[in-house]
Design a binder for this molecule. Sequence first.
Ligand code: OAD
Length: 231
Amino acid sequence: MTGAGVSAESGVPTFRGQGGLWQGRRAEDVATPQAFQRDPEGVWEFYNYRREKLLACKPNAGHAAIAALEAVFDDWTLITQNVDGLHRQAGSRNIVELHGNIWTTRCTACCQEFDHFGDKLSRRPTCNDCGGLLRPGVVWFGEMLPPDALAAAQDAVGRCQAILVVGTSSVVEPAASMAGWARAHGALVVEINLERTPLSEQADECLFGKAGEILPRLVSALKARKSDPSQ
Ligand code: OAD
Protein backbone atom coordinates (compact mmCIF):
# COMPACT_ATOMS: atom_id res chain seq x y z
CA MET A 1 0.00 0.00 0.00
CA THR A 2 1.36 3.39 -0.93
CA GLY A 3 0.88 7.04 -0.05
CA ALA A 4 2.16 10.42 -1.14
CA GLY A 5 5.74 9.69 0.02
CA VAL A 6 6.23 7.35 -2.96
CA SER A 7 5.67 10.25 -5.35
CA ALA A 8 7.70 12.77 -3.34
CA GLU A 9 10.88 11.84 -5.21
CA SER A 10 9.04 12.61 -8.47
CA GLY A 11 8.50 16.15 -7.23
CA VAL A 12 4.86 15.69 -6.17
CA PRO A 13 4.21 17.49 -2.87
CA THR A 14 3.02 15.33 0.03
CA PHE A 15 0.02 16.35 2.15
CA ARG A 16 1.64 16.53 5.55
CA GLY A 17 5.04 17.59 6.79
CA GLN A 18 7.42 19.90 4.99
CA GLY A 19 6.32 21.10 1.60
CA GLY A 20 2.85 19.70 2.21
CA LEU A 21 1.16 22.52 0.36
CA TRP A 22 -0.33 22.90 -3.07
CA GLN A 23 -0.31 26.39 -4.44
CA GLY A 24 0.08 27.63 -0.89
CA ARG A 25 -3.25 26.07 0.05
CA ARG A 26 -4.02 23.20 2.38
CA ALA A 27 -5.76 20.39 0.53
CA GLU A 28 -8.31 20.20 3.35
CA ASP A 29 -9.55 23.70 2.46
CA VAL A 30 -10.12 23.03 -1.23
CA ALA A 31 -10.71 19.30 -1.53
CA THR A 32 -14.19 19.12 -0.03
CA PRO A 33 -17.72 18.79 -1.46
CA GLN A 34 -18.63 22.02 0.35
CA ALA A 35 -15.81 23.96 -1.32
CA PHE A 36 -16.94 22.64 -4.73
CA GLN A 37 -20.54 23.60 -4.09
CA ARG A 38 -19.50 27.08 -2.97
CA ASP A 39 -16.88 27.76 -5.62
CA PRO A 40 -16.55 25.12 -8.36
CA GLU A 41 -14.31 27.34 -10.47
CA GLY A 42 -11.92 27.90 -7.57
CA VAL A 43 -11.73 24.16 -6.92
CA TRP A 44 -11.20 23.43 -10.62
CA GLU A 45 -8.43 26.06 -10.68
CA PHE A 46 -6.73 24.15 -7.86
CA TYR A 47 -7.09 20.80 -9.65
CA ASN A 48 -6.02 22.22 -13.02
CA TYR A 49 -2.93 23.62 -11.32
CA ARG A 50 -2.16 20.22 -9.78
CA ARG A 51 -2.75 18.44 -13.09
CA GLU A 52 -0.45 20.84 -14.91
CA LYS A 53 2.30 20.34 -12.31
CA LEU A 54 1.85 16.57 -12.47
CA LEU A 55 2.34 16.54 -16.22
CA ALA A 56 5.97 17.46 -15.58
CA CYS A 57 6.43 14.63 -13.02
CA LYS A 58 7.73 11.25 -14.04
CA PRO A 59 7.60 7.95 -12.11
CA ASN A 60 10.70 7.42 -9.97
CA ALA A 61 12.75 4.39 -8.95
CA GLY A 62 10.26 3.59 -6.17
CA HIS A 63 7.33 3.40 -8.60
CA ALA A 64 9.44 1.25 -10.95
CA ALA A 65 10.39 -1.11 -8.12
CA ILE A 66 6.76 -1.49 -7.08
CA ALA A 67 5.85 -2.32 -10.69
CA ALA A 68 8.64 -4.92 -10.69
CA LEU A 69 7.27 -6.50 -7.48
CA GLU A 70 4.09 -7.40 -9.34
CA ALA A 71 6.16 -9.86 -11.39
CA VAL A 72 7.92 -11.28 -8.34
CA PHE A 73 4.76 -12.40 -6.52
CA ASP A 74 2.05 -14.71 -7.87
CA ASP A 75 -0.68 -12.70 -6.21
CA TRP A 76 0.00 -8.99 -5.83
CA THR A 77 -2.29 -6.04 -5.33
CA LEU A 78 -1.17 -2.44 -5.19
CA ILE A 79 -3.47 -0.32 -3.04
CA THR A 80 -2.66 3.35 -3.41
CA GLN A 81 -3.99 6.51 -1.82
CA ASN A 82 -2.30 8.52 -4.56
CA VAL A 83 -4.38 10.09 -7.30
CA ASP A 84 -1.45 11.05 -9.57
CA GLY A 85 -1.49 7.97 -11.84
CA LEU A 86 2.30 7.54 -11.58
CA HIS A 87 2.06 3.88 -10.55
CA ARG A 88 0.26 3.03 -13.77
CA GLN A 89 2.76 5.05 -15.78
CA ALA A 90 5.53 3.03 -14.13
CA GLY A 91 3.92 -0.24 -15.25
CA SER A 92 1.88 -1.41 -12.25
CA ARG A 93 -1.31 -3.07 -13.43
CA ASN A 94 -3.26 -4.58 -10.54
CA ILE A 95 -3.97 -1.26 -8.84
CA VAL A 96 -6.69 -0.22 -6.44
CA GLU A 97 -6.97 3.56 -6.41
CA LEU A 98 -8.60 4.18 -3.04
CA HIS A 99 -8.85 7.94 -3.48
CA GLY A 100 -9.60 8.01 -7.21
CA ASN A 101 -7.49 9.46 -10.00
CA ILE A 102 -6.89 13.12 -10.77
CA TRP A 103 -6.90 12.48 -14.53
CA THR A 104 -10.51 11.34 -14.46
CA THR A 105 -13.70 13.35 -14.08
CA ARG A 106 -17.25 12.48 -13.13
CA CYS A 107 -20.43 14.25 -14.19
CA THR A 108 -22.28 15.70 -11.21
CA ALA A 109 -25.58 15.22 -13.11
CA CYS A 110 -25.43 11.86 -14.91
CA CYS A 111 -22.48 10.34 -12.94
CA GLN A 112 -20.63 9.22 -16.09
CA GLU A 113 -16.87 8.97 -15.69
CA PHE A 114 -14.37 10.28 -18.22
CA ASP A 115 -10.65 9.87 -18.77
CA HIS A 116 -8.82 13.12 -19.37
CA PHE A 117 -5.17 12.13 -19.09
CA GLY A 118 -3.05 15.13 -20.10
CA ASP A 119 -6.05 17.22 -21.22
CA LYS A 120 -6.22 20.87 -20.32
CA LEU A 121 -9.65 21.46 -18.80
CA SER A 122 -11.48 24.74 -18.37
CA ARG A 123 -12.45 26.29 -15.03
CA ARG A 124 -15.96 24.93 -15.57
CA PRO A 125 -15.74 21.71 -17.61
CA THR A 126 -19.01 20.13 -18.66
CA CYS A 127 -20.21 16.66 -19.61
CA ASN A 128 -20.22 15.94 -23.36
CA ASP A 129 -23.37 13.88 -22.97
CA CYS A 130 -25.69 15.83 -20.69
CA GLY A 131 -23.98 19.21 -20.22
CA GLY A 132 -23.74 18.74 -16.44
CA LEU A 133 -20.83 20.14 -14.46
CA LEU A 134 -17.86 17.77 -14.22
CA ARG A 135 -15.99 17.24 -10.98
CA PRO A 136 -12.54 15.75 -10.44
CA GLY A 137 -12.66 11.95 -10.13
CA VAL A 138 -11.08 11.97 -6.69
CA VAL A 139 -12.32 11.36 -3.17
CA TRP A 140 -12.67 14.56 -1.17
CA PHE A 141 -12.48 15.01 2.58
CA GLY A 142 -15.69 13.82 4.17
CA GLU A 143 -16.67 11.61 1.21
CA MET A 144 -17.05 7.85 1.10
CA LEU A 145 -14.47 5.82 -0.79
CA PRO A 146 -15.61 4.27 -4.10
CA PRO A 147 -17.31 1.03 -2.95
CA ASP A 148 -15.59 -1.12 -5.60
CA ALA A 149 -12.14 0.15 -4.65
CA LEU A 150 -12.81 -0.34 -0.95
CA ALA A 151 -14.10 -3.89 -1.52
CA ALA A 152 -11.08 -4.78 -3.67
CA ALA A 153 -8.69 -3.39 -1.04
CA GLN A 154 -10.48 -5.25 1.76
CA ASP A 155 -10.33 -8.46 -0.24
CA ALA A 156 -6.58 -8.13 -0.90
CA VAL A 157 -5.79 -7.14 2.69
CA GLY A 158 -8.02 -9.91 4.04
CA ARG A 159 -6.07 -12.69 2.32
CA CYS A 160 -2.52 -11.31 2.10
CA GLN A 161 0.50 -12.98 3.66
CA ALA A 162 2.43 -9.73 3.80
CA ILE A 163 1.68 -6.04 3.46
CA LEU A 164 4.28 -3.46 2.51
CA VAL A 165 3.24 0.05 3.56
CA VAL A 166 5.22 2.72 1.77
CA GLY A 167 5.32 6.51 2.09
CA THR A 168 2.12 7.11 4.00
CA SER A 169 1.67 8.92 7.30
CA SER A 170 -0.96 6.26 8.19
CA VAL A 171 -3.38 8.78 9.64
CA VAL A 172 -6.17 8.88 7.04
CA GLU A 173 -8.84 6.18 7.36
CA PRO A 174 -9.64 3.60 6.25
CA ALA A 175 -6.21 3.21 4.63
CA ALA A 176 -4.54 3.76 8.00
CA SER A 177 -6.22 0.67 9.45
CA MET A 178 -5.49 -1.75 6.63
CA ALA A 179 -2.10 -2.90 7.87
CA GLY A 180 -3.75 -3.61 11.24
CA TRP A 181 -6.42 -5.75 9.52
CA ALA A 182 -3.69 -7.70 7.73
CA ARG A 183 -1.74 -8.16 10.94
CA ALA A 184 -4.85 -9.41 12.74
CA HIS A 185 -4.92 -12.48 10.49
CA GLY A 186 -1.19 -13.08 10.76
CA ALA A 187 0.26 -11.17 7.80
CA LEU A 188 3.75 -9.73 7.98
CA VAL A 189 3.72 -5.91 8.11
CA VAL A 190 6.68 -4.02 6.65
CA GLU A 191 6.81 -0.24 6.63
CA ILE A 192 9.03 1.97 4.49
CA ASN A 193 9.06 5.64 5.43
CA LEU A 194 11.44 8.50 6.11
CA GLU A 195 10.26 8.61 9.70
CA ARG A 196 8.20 6.81 12.33
CA THR A 197 4.41 6.87 11.93
CA PRO A 198 1.51 5.59 14.05
CA LEU A 199 1.92 2.28 12.18
CA SER A 200 5.57 1.80 13.19
CA GLU A 201 4.62 0.37 16.59
CA GLN A 202 2.67 -2.49 15.01
CA ALA A 203 4.98 -3.19 12.07
CA ASP A 204 7.17 -6.29 12.07
CA GLU A 205 9.88 -4.37 10.21
CA CYS A 206 10.43 -0.64 9.67
CA LEU A 207 12.84 0.39 6.97
CA PHE A 208 13.64 4.08 7.34
CA GLY A 209 14.77 5.98 4.27
CA LYS A 210 13.66 7.01 0.81
CA ALA A 211 11.28 4.69 -1.00
CA GLY A 212 13.22 5.27 -4.23
CA GLU A 213 16.36 3.90 -2.59
CA ILE A 214 15.02 1.12 -0.37
CA LEU A 215 12.51 -0.44 -2.80
CA PRO A 216 14.99 -1.18 -5.63
CA ARG A 217 17.23 -2.96 -3.09
CA LEU A 218 14.26 -4.96 -1.86
CA VAL A 219 13.37 -5.97 -5.42
CA SER A 220 16.94 -7.14 -6.09
CA ALA A 221 16.98 -9.17 -2.88
CA LEU A 222 13.58 -10.76 -3.60
CA LYS A 223 14.49 -11.59 -7.19
CA ALA A 224 17.76 -13.18 -6.07
CA ARG A 225 15.88 -15.21 -3.50
CA LYS A 226 13.28 -16.31 -6.04
CA SER A 227 15.92 -17.59 -8.43
CA ASP A 228 17.91 -19.22 -5.60
CA PRO A 229 15.63 -20.06 -2.61
CA SER A 230 18.68 -20.99 -0.48
CA GLN A 231 19.63 -17.29 -0.28
P1 OAD B 1 1.07 12.27 3.79
O1 OAD B 1 1.53 13.55 3.19
O2 OAD B 1 0.18 12.34 4.96
O3 OAD B 1 2.33 11.42 4.25
C1 OAD B 1 3.44 11.22 3.42
C2 OAD B 1 4.36 10.25 4.13
O4 OAD B 1 5.41 9.93 3.24
C3 OAD B 1 5.01 10.82 5.40
O5 OAD B 1 4.88 9.86 6.43
C4 OAD B 1 6.47 11.02 5.01
O6 OAD B 1 7.36 10.78 6.08
C5 OAD B 1 6.65 9.96 3.94
N1 OAD B 1 7.66 10.26 2.92
C6 OAD B 1 7.95 11.45 2.35
N2 OAD B 1 8.90 11.30 1.41
C7 OAD B 1 9.22 9.99 1.38
C8 OAD B 1 10.13 9.19 0.62
N3 OAD B 1 10.91 9.73 -0.32
N4 OAD B 1 10.19 7.86 0.85
C9 OAD B 1 9.40 7.29 1.82
N5 OAD B 1 8.52 7.99 2.57
C10 OAD B 1 8.43 9.31 2.36
O7 OAD B 1 0.45 11.41 2.61
P2 OAD B 1 -0.57 10.19 2.68
O8 OAD B 1 -0.31 9.32 3.86
O9 OAD B 1 -0.57 9.56 1.34
O10 OAD B 1 -6.39 11.97 0.87
O11 OAD B 1 -1.92 10.96 2.88
C11 OAD B 1 -3.09 10.19 2.90
C12 OAD B 1 -4.23 10.99 2.36
O12 OAD B 1 -4.31 12.25 3.04
C13 OAD B 1 -4.09 11.40 0.91
O13 OAD B 1 -4.41 10.38 0.01
C14 OAD B 1 -5.06 12.51 0.82
C15 OAD B 1 -4.73 13.26 2.10
O14 OAD B 1 -5.75 13.88 2.69
C16 OAD B 1 -7.34 12.51 0.12
O15 OAD B 1 -7.13 13.42 -0.65
C17 OAD B 1 -8.68 11.87 0.29
